[in-house]
Design a protein around this ligand. Structure first.
Ligand SMILES: [Zn+2]
Ligand SMILES: [Zn+2]
Length: 257
């Protein structure tokens, strides 16, 4: 069994009916969460997901729409009486600051009734178990901050990753946020499922690249405000490019791999 559920489908701008970036991959032995955007915990509850089944989370980068759901997630786990360990893979630049931030929120990692492991994203594969393998590929999403970080925040290394997940002989690509279409193009060979943001690429360019790589199924998420509510337009565009199996994400959208 492997099932994908979109937990949050908003981009950086809050909208009424969406939590921010997150999706869940449910497997026989447990579930994996990719990104933990704002509103993730309450959306998991709305989607009927048992937090006890989630044992690993992977965070693409530290923009709030991809990671600030983590403290609430941990609080939910705490209040639910969780005892099972929970591991979060996140950019190495953020591990120590995240630990401090959690303590500032009185979510002291060492006081939780379960073991919390904050692990830096390291050379590939960053994670492997009998059910799946996850690799991370740094992209150019944060390069615009180069000057600012060099001057004021030298501990930042512009870490933003796309993930390639190998599961049941299938290849799933997840782009949290990218710098542009080239970041995605490099990863698409023999992809079975792509879950991609639509904010930092022109949808026409994206669909042309999907057609070129014959990606069998794509989920479009993290839509810019100008595409919000324009699902029929996006689906029409996908049809025009011959990218047949295209889904526009909403929270709770779910399908088997
Ligand atoms: Zn984003
Ligand atoms: Zn971002």
């Amino acid at each position: 069994m492997s099932k994908v559920t979109i937990i949050g489908s908003a981009s950086g701008m809050p909208v009424a009916n969406r939590a921010h970036a997150s999706f869940l991959l449910e497997m026989k032995e447990g579930s994996y969460l990719f990104d933990v955007g704002e509103g993730c915990a309450s959306s998991l509850v709305r989607c009927g997901v048992d937090q006890n089944k989630i044992f690993v989370a992977f965070i693409t980068h530290m923009h709030p729409d991809h990671c600030v759901g983590l403290p609430m997630m941990l609080q939910m786990m705490h209040l639910s009486g969780r005892e099972l360990p929970f591991t979060v893979y996140l950019p190495a630049e953020a591990v120590s600051a995240t630990r401090d931030y959690l303590s500032t929120l009185y979510v002291f990692p060492e006081k939780l009734p379960f073991e919390l492991r904050l692990e830096p994203i390291r050379p590939n594969p960053i994670y492997r178990d009998p059910e799946l393998t996850v690799s991370a590929f740094q992209n150019r999403h944060l390069t615009g901050y180069q000057q600012l970080t060099a001057e004021r925040h030298p501990q930042s290394h512009l870490e933003c990753y796309s993930f390639v997940i190998l599961v049941n002989g299938k290849k799933l690509v997840y782009s949290g946020d990218v710098g542009g279409i080239e970041d995605l193009r490099d990863l698409l060979a023999q992809t079975d499922l792509l879950i991609t943001e639509c904010m930092h690429m022109n949808p026409e360019d994206l669909l042309a690249v999907l057609a070129e790589h014959q990606v069998p199924r794509t989920v479009l998420t993290h839509l810019p405000m100008e595409l919000e509510g324009k699902e029929p337009y996006l689906l029409q565009l996908a049809q025009k490019h011959g990218v047949e199996d295209t889904l526009v994400a909403c929270d709770g959208l779910s399908f088997h791999l």
